[in-house]
Design a protein. Structure first.
Length: 183
């Protein structure tokens, strides 16, 4: 088995389906605003099944890819960070924002370890990913700090949260593509 191709394909599938269903949920949610609404607002009401199911699938696939990446890249640190980000993602879907603290903890785990994985990834990958990975991670990490301290700037809370999530998701697509072609 080619662990790299499998891990990359799993990451691509997980991130792709999440971005697709995130967009769908935003369209269905009544009067949804990417600036004013949190991403997790999509996990309640009529879009709950779409959002929560999709983020749980993302989490499970990140966990699986983290295990396979350990075998493919021999990087325990990157694997652990991806697995923790996956656990956080699944937890976000299992504990929607209406649960309070559990949801907040899992969201923080997702965002923190996703950004750290992107930063650390520069030690493992080659080519353009070596440059793009830490840029995505630093943007996400700085945005996480701003978000946690309620510094939303002109973006609003939803926009700032996306400045955390989107670089990590786009990095995931890049990592999945890079790893799946390594092999």
């Amino acid at each position: 088995m080619n662990y790299g191709k499998a891990a990359g394909s799993i990451i691509l599938a997980g991130v792709f389906q999440f971005l697709l269903f995130l967009t769908l949920a935003e369209e269905i949610y009544p009067s949804y605003s990417v600036s004013r609404n949190y991403i997790s607002d999509l996990g309640v009401g009529r879009t709950a099944l779409i959002f929560n199911g999709s983020i749980i699938v993302l989490g499970v696939l990140l966990i699986a890819s983290g295990i396979l990446l350990r075998l493919a890249l021999k990087s325990t640190a990157l694997s652990v960070m991806l697995i923790l980000s996956g656990v956080g993602s699944a937890g976000v879907g299992i504990f929607p924002e209406t649960t309070g603290a559990p949801h907040t903890i899992f969201a923080f785990i997702t965002f923190l370890f996703g950004s750290l994985a992107a930063i650390y990834c520069a030690r493992v990958v080659r080519g353009p990913m070596r440059v793009l990975s830490p840029i995505a991670g630093v943007i996400s990490l700085i945005s996480l700090i701003a978000f946690a301290t309620h510094q939303y700037w002109i973006l609003g809370p939803g926009g700032m949260e996306r400045l955390i999530a989107y670089p990590e998701l786009w990095w995931g697509l890049g990592l999945g593509g890079w790893v799946s072609t390594k092999g």
